[in-house]
Design a protein around this ligand. Structure first.
Ligand SMILES: NC(=O)c1ccc[n+]([C@@H]2O[C@H](COP(=O)([O-])OP(=O)(O)OC[C@H]3O[C@@H](n4cnc5c(N)ncnc54)[C@H](O)[C@@H]3O)[C@@H](O)[C@H]2O)c1
Length: 257
């Protein structure tokens, strides 16, 4: 029970990595708000975890909408009376080259993946401070530090999120709030299954990606959940402003060697 009596918000918690984080946090005794734009999936995840006896609560929220974010934080405080942990996980993949991407696509990607974490952090921080301090965890990506072609909007959003992590860590350190980011590699989620599905041979692409991983498999949402648990708990009390790679060594390799 490493998060006993802690209150956490996980954006994009209805499915994929977010659901993995919600599950790990709830098992460790946290009260967890699932803040997601997908009501059907959010309610299903809420039901599933409540059936296991966990304290979770779904609130519909589009993280790119300032009014939604304010209302979601307010409802969290009304329900649980405190806030200690924010996980900025909600994100979308916009995989287009710099010449293919339209301005609208680029802006939408930044709105969800970068402005969303900004808004959620901005409105959560006063409550985390009032609750005695806590931890903000941004789910960035390996794309924050290394890139491939055809991903300009996504790469820019995740690079920006890594920089926002450092800047925010400096701003709130004296409020006893730590801010870190996790950079996942290939994690088996609906988003990644969508990437496989868009290739002419989805199963072949999955096997090829698996073979290329140093550890021989894709990551699971709970692999990221346990990294988030470490950053959320007091076990990481001397860590702030850092990036934690959950990527099976992907960024450790010189691919073109
Ligand atoms: N899966 C991977 O391999 C991988 C790798 C690196 C980083 N990431 C990052 O991890 C995060 C989660 O990815 P995933 O693979 O679980 O994605 P996913 O698409 O499987 O799930 C994303 C969740 O976020 C929600 N969401 C989307 N837009 C939202 C919005 N505007 N407001 C609130 N909720 C919204 C969706 O409804 C969904 O529940 C993303 O930030 C993604 O960029 C994923």
């Amino acid at each position: 029970m490493r998060l006993k009596d802690k209150v956490a918000i996980v954006t994009g918690g209805a499915m994929g990595i977010g659901k993995g984080i919600v599950t790990v946090f709830a098992r460790e005794g946290a009260k967890v708000v699932i803040a997601d734009v997908n009501t059907e999936a959010g309610q299903a995840t809420e039901r599933e975890l409540r059936d296991h006896g966990f304290e979770v609560f779904f609130i519909r929220c589009d993280v790119s909408n300032e009014e939604d974010v304010k209302a979601m934080i307010q409802k969290t405080i009304e329900r649980y009376g405190a806030l200690h942990i924010l996980v900025n996980n909600a994100g979308i993949g916009v995989y287009k080259s710099i010449t293919e991407a339209t301005r609208e696509e680029f802006e939408r990607c930044l709105a969800v993946n970068l402005i969303g974490p900004f808004l959620c952090s901005k409105y959560a921080i006063p409550h985390i401070k009032a609750s005695g301090g806590g931890s903000i965890i941004n789910i960035a990506s390996v794309h924050a530090v290394q890139n491939v072609g055809g991903t300009a909007p996504y790469a820019a959003s995740k690079g920006g999120l890594a920089a926002l992590t450092r800047a925010a860590a400096i701003d709130v350190a004296r409020d006893n709030i730590r801010v870190n980011a996790i950079c996942p590699g290939w994690i088996d989620t609906p988003l990644v299954r969508g990437i496989f599905a868009s290739s002419p041979d989805p199963e072949g692409m999955r096997r090829q990606v698996e073979r290329r991983q140093l550890l021989g498999r894709l990551g699971t949402p709970e692999d990221v959940g346990y990294a988030a648990l470490f950053l959320a708990s007091d076990e990481s009390s001397y860590i702030t402003g850092s990036l934690l790679f959950v990527d099976a060594g992907m960024t450790a390799q010189l691919e073109t060697w």
